[in-house]
Design a protein around this ligand. Structure first.
Ligand SMILES: [Zn+2]
Length: 55
């Protein structure tokens, strides 16, 4: 738990690899935003989904 490093909102955070900011802890909303804007570094899937076929 803590504050989102982008919007400052309290709550659960997700680790994101931002292209410019590096590793940041952000809330679900900002994570989705980064994802949609393609602001994540390329290796997002490395710690999450293991399926290389269906993504
Ligand atoms: Zn946020």
């Amino acid at each position: 738990m803590g504050k989102c490093e982008l919007c400052g909102k309290d709550g659960s955070r997700i680790e994101a690899d931002h292209k410019e900011l590096g590793r940041v802890m952000v809330c679900q909303e900002c994570w989705s935003k980064l994802y949609e804007e393609n602001s994540m570094a390329a290796d997002i899937g490395s710690s999450g989904s293991s399926c290389a076929v269906c993504k």
